[in-house]
Design a protein around this ligand. Sequence first.
Ligand code: GAL
Length: 363
Amino acid sequence: MKKASVRRFLAAALALTLSASLCACDSATERDTVKIGVSVYKGDDTFISAMMESFSAAAAAFEEQTGVRVNISIADANESQATQNEQIERFLSLDYDVLCVNLVDRTDAGAIIDRARDADVPVVFFNREPVQEDMLKWDRILYVGSDARESATLEAGIVIGRCEADPKSIDTNGDGIIQYVMLEGERRHQDAIIRTEVSVETLKLAGFEVEKLDGGIANWSRDQAAALTETYLRAYGDRIELIICNNDDMALGAADAVERLGMDFSNIVGIDGTERGLAAVREGRLLGTVVMDLPAHGRAIFEAAYAFATGADPADTLDVLPDRSVRIPMYIGTCESLEIRDKRERKPSDEPYDFIAFADDFA
Ligand code: GAL
C-alpha cells in the first residue's frame, strides 16, 4: 500500500473522537468547598496512578484559579469489587458531593449506580467502562475514557508506518507475512478485547498478511508479560517478527524478556504513553506506543465531577456523546514523531486534535 493511501485509510478508520475542553467550569454554581470521593480498581496500576496525578493537578490548578477548595479522597479497591462497594458506601455516608469510580468489575456498575441515585450523588466513571445497560440507568452519571478502537488502529498504524519505511525491518524473514505474538490485558476489560481484535484487523485491512504464532493474557502487568514473552522467545526464537501489546507495561515486560535472553529485537508496540513507555521508545527498546493525553483525561474527569457536584450539566463544557461518554483523543509515539513533537512548542490553546493530525503524518 502506498504511503498516502495508508494515511487516508487510517484517517478514515479512525473517525476521530472528541476533545475535552479546558474550561474552568464557570457555569457551575458557586461553592466554597467540593468533596470528591474517588475509588480506583488498583492503586499500583501505572497508567491509573498517572491519571490520578493528572486529576489531582487539574483540581489544584482549579483551586488556585478560583479559590474554591477541592477536597479529594482517593481509595484503592485493590482489585476487590466488594472493597470498592464499601468505599462507595463510606463516601456516601460522609456526604461527598460526587464520586469518581474506576470500576473493579465493569459489569458490576449497577449496584453502585442504584446506591448513588438513592443518595442523589452523581458518578463519573473512568477508564473501565460500565456496560451500556447500566449507563442508561440514570442521567447523573458519565463515563470518561478513550476509544479502544482508535488506540488499536493507531497501534497498527505504527507497524504499518514502519513497514512502509522499511518492509524488511518488520518482515525480517521476507516471506510476505508478519509473524506476531499478542499480549493481552485483563480478560473482560473492554480495552483488552477491542485492542486485541482491532489491531490485527487494521493490519489485515491495510493489506498485510499476518500469522499469530502465540499469545496470552498478561493482565496489564510487566512481570507477567516478561514471563510469557520469555516462553514465546524460547519457543519461536527469531520467527517472532512483532510483539503486539495491549498496553505499555506489557510492552516493557516483553522488552525485559528480550534483554534477559540477550536478543536484539525491538519490534514491540504498546499503548498508554506512560513515562517509562515513552522513555523506552526514545531509547529504541520499543518500536512505538499510542500516547493517551493524560492531562486531558485528568481535566475531563475533574471537570465532569465539579460540574455534577455543583448542580451543573457536564455537557455544558465537555463534549458528551449520546452514550453519556467523553472520549479523550490520543496520538502516535514513535522515535521520529516524538522527536519532532518535542521540538514543536505546544501552546496552551492547542486542541488535542492538533496532535492527532500531527502524529498522523507519521502513520
Ligand atoms: C487500560 C490501560 C492499561 C490499564 C487498564 C486498567 O486502558 O491501557 O494500562 O491501566 O486500562 O483498567
